[in-house]
Design a protein around this ligand. Structure first.
Ligand SMILES: *Cc1c(COP(=O)(O)O)cnc(C)c1O
Length: 507
């Protein structure tokens, strides 16, 4: 029996001349980069002829990745690795850049943004501190100013880029919290202070639950204000709720208006909300994650032109400004409100006072160069370019809605900004709409239609529940979508509707 202890594997000896395994010399980098850019260009060109999505299961994808495999012990040739990975992503992804992707609010990404992300990663500035990112920090400041201008807000507003709408809204929430409760709340927390409440319409996105939960205020502090028939926040119900809280010694912390709801694109009465908040000295926040960029157009709900009345506005450049994920932006009218909510000055941070150090304005410490893709896109096309692109999307949604209205088997519901909602109704059920049993069946049926569409890969719609009805929903934030797509979609939905109806009837 061999009793010698097993030999420890030899530790690789550091060498002063060899390249690090991760480094690529300039020629190899060029070669790999050119090849990858070629593949991407071909992929983008091929989008319309690809399925929007392939309806694969998690198991199938895991098999492809051999997801049970352990960390590879040794490396592999980078050219083959990149080529294989590009193919994998092109073939197995859901393509939100496809002309017939109309789901959720996920836009197609501007090619300029793709190149911008590569460039940003190459320089890799850390936008936590000005010293670590001199030009990048100033580009972010300019980007925030430009976004404010596009939204008709005060260009002198404070603000920063964050990962998306949820974070933009949450950062505004934290600013509102300190503004309402005073800076002491940062040390003492909510339990020590007076009780507070926030007011938001029933159509508000789920960020409000996450923000109240994570801040320690708790979701019970949300006053869900009903919407009126037009799906906008009911102003009378809001004031009644605020009165009731004030009588009970509960301080109103913030009111949330939405500029473009997720379900239907409804825009709350922002000037009226601003007036209510001004008279009661309550922070007024507008969630414009989706809809705010439509403020650039003349012929949208006029409330959209009043974003400047808000104390804070959240907007998602990765939606209607077409930045690749991720890019959200929060604007705050009082620049100091962010610093009051976020800045700490531990002894190991010594940053100049006159420079903007974004670490002081938000929750992140190290920060990437999200601003570059937004900054470049704004310069590539200008205000004029965005005006045209957003107007095109709105026009496209109107066209889809008109085609739906003209189709005998589809029932059109709402049309707001670039969102159209509708459902499939088999001819024999038209007469029974509203009857509870029929409504329950129509929900099952339209869920089945949505699932069939998703599997089929011809067109991707998501859904909305509007006034209790389950609807299909097309949201156009997609510069590749054209008239022919809008004309084709109602027929596809009706065809799948008839098939789903037959299937449900036979089961
Ligand atoms: C998309 C959206 C959000 C969430 O934004 P993310 O970028 O997905 O985090 C919040 N509110 C509204 C109105 C939205 O449209």
């Amino acid at each position: 029996m061999d009793t010698t202890p097993p030999k420890a594997p030899a530790t690789p000896q550091p060498s002063l001349t060899a390249r690090s395994p991760l480094d690529l010399d300039a020629d190899t980098f060029r070669e790999l980069g050119h090849d990858l850019v070629d593949r991407i260009a071909t992929f983008l060109e091929s989008l319309p002829s690809r399925p929007v999505t392939r309806g694969v299961s998690p198991g199938e994808i895991r098999d492809l990745l051999r997801s049970e495999a352990s960390v590879p012990e040794t490396g592999r040739d980078p050219a083959g690795l990149l080529a294989d990975t590009a193919q994998l992503l092109f073939d197995q992804s859901l393509h939100n850049g496809h002309p017939r992707f109309l789901g959720y609010i996920t836009s197609s990404a501007a090619p300029m943004g793709m190149l911008a992300d590569l460039l940003a990663a190459s320089v890799n500035p850390n936008l936590g501190a000005w010293t670590l990112s001199p030009v990048a920090s100033e580009i972010e400041a300019q980007t925030v100013r430009w976004i404010a201008e596009l939204l008709r807000c005060d260009p002198a507003s404070g603000g920063l880029l964050v990962s998306g709408g949820n974070m933009a809204n949450t950062v505004a929430f934290w600013a509102a919290r300190v503004a309402a409760a005073g800076e002491a709340i940062r040390a003492r927390g909510h339990s020590a202070g007076e009780p507070m409440a926030v007011y938001a319409s029933a159509e508000t996105h789920t960020w409000i639950q996450k923000a109240t939960d994570l801040s320690g205020l708790g979701t019970d502090a949300i006053r869900w204000i009903p919407t009126a028939d037009d799906l906008r926040l009911d102003l009378q119900a809001l004031q009644a709720a605020m009165d009731e809280d004030q009588r009970a010694g509960i301080r109103p912390m913030m009111v949330v208006g939405t500029a473009g709801t997720v379900s239907t694109g409804a825009v709350d009465d922002l000037p009226a909300l601003a007036e209510i908040c001004r008279s009661r000295k309550v922070w007024f926040h507008v969630d414009g994650a989706y809809g705010a960029p439509a403020a650039i157009l003349p012929d949208v709900p006029q409330a959209l032109h009043q974003l400047a009345l808000a104390d804070s506005v959240a907007v998602d450049p990765h939606k209607w400004l077409y930045a690749p994920l991720e890019a959200g932006c929060v604007l705050v009218r009082d620049r100091e409100a962010l610093r009051k909510a976020f800045a700490y000055h531990p002894p190991y941070y010594h940053f100049g006072e006159e420079a903007t150090n974004y670490v002081d304005l938000g929750p992140q410490n190290s920060r990437g160069f999200r601003a570059l893709k937004v900054w470049l896109a704004i310069q590539q096309i200008g205000r004029d370019g965005y005006r045209q692109m957003i107007a095109d999307d709105v026009a496209m949604a109107r066209l889809l809605h008109a085609h739906v209205e003209a189709h005998p088997d589809l029932e059109a519901h709402t049309l707001g900004l670039s969102i159209s909602t509708f459902r499939y109704v088999p001819p024999e059920l038209r007469e029974k709409i509203g009857d509870p049993e029929t409504e329950a069946y129509l929900e099952r049926l339209n869920r089945a239609v949505q699932a069939r569409l998703e599997k089929g890969g011809e067109v991707f719609l998501s859904n909305a529940v509007v006034r209790g009805r389950y609807l299909l929903r097309g949201c156009i934030v997609n510069f590749r979508t054209g008239d022919d797509d809008m004309a084709a979609i109602p027929g596809i939905v009706a065809r799948e509707g008839a098939l789903a109806h037959a299937e449900l009837a036979s089961s």
